[in-house]
Design a protein around this ligand. Sequence first.
Ligand code: UDP
Length: 377
Amino acid sequence: MSTAFPRPRVLVVAGTRPECLKLASVVQALRAEAALDTQLLNSGQHQDMVARTFGQLGMACDLDPGQISATSLSQALSALRAQVRAAARAQGSRLIVSQGDTSTAYAAALAARDLGLPLAHVEAGLRSGHPYRPFPEELFRRRIAPLAQLHFAPTERAAANLRGEGVADARIHQVGNSVIDLLRAQVEDPDPPALPFLPDTPRHIALTLHRRENYGRGLDQVCAAVLEILARHADIGVVCPVHPNPAVGSRIRRHLAGHARINLVEPLEYRPFIALLARACLAITDSGGIQEEAPYLGTPVLVVRENTERPESVALGAATLVPPRPERIVAETDRLLAAPPPARLPFAPGSAYGDGRSGERIARIIAAFLAADGSSC
Ligand code: UDP
């Protein structure tokens, strides 16, 4: 395992689609750091989705110990923690990188603690303002913070949240959001993907739903609102990539399948999804990442949730937060459809989620941290 001039090994852990999308540029930049030996681990949370999403981006995991089997959140955490710990131990990792607020992110933080390794947390400091909602994401974020040595905050507000919780200033690096790196590359791509799934209507809404907090009644309410919106606007269609979670998919299909102006499709690859979002007159969603991407595309977003950990988009006027109640959703949709679309944020350092160069910054800071760490040994 050790060589005459060992390069410190960095273990990057991903378990779900948004982690892949947000870690892609980080992994690419870490791999470009000659002083580091970077390995990408598929945690086994959504193993197929992770392999597929990285594959679509022309990337592959170095380590793939397999899909975990778990019937509860605590079992999943324990299994993921064991997989990350085993991988880091076997590879002699010197630092673990985790992203966001998933079970994988929290399990990786715990595994780092188990092994006494530093943790770098990408997208640190997001807070909804409620101690445990959305569940479990908010709980995970708050528990990861005390376990991290490097906090990569995407925004000024996220950095302030961390400072407010007592994290030392020197450990907080405001770097922008790495999902904007991928978005920037896509927007600059001169060859846009085909969109065969667009409805035959002048305008379309992009609809995505998947959060645990909307399971059941929340989904019923949003679907009822979507049907009412279509009844009021004959020129509008809907494209909805249906989340693979059966608790979500079966309910959405029950309400929306069969409508002439609604296309329910499989989860889309990133590039066609972004092209769909860019051309939509509105996004209705409970997703986190879409709240960050849509402002750079000039697409207004209706966020159907009780709260958001991305208040920056609301403050900009690019997103509207609405509880999942049909009359509110329909009223806000009417208002947004009548208003001019928000101005597109530029890919510039002053923009809410940064300039699309976060991955490079994160890699440089990790390399410097490990160089200093090594010299002090
Ligand atoms: N996305 C995608 N294909 C889809 C729907 C979404 O690639 O069919 C992307 C989207 O651009 C965003 C991310 O997936 O970057 C959001 O993932 P999700 O909503 O599942 O998770 P969250 O952001 O809420 O954690």
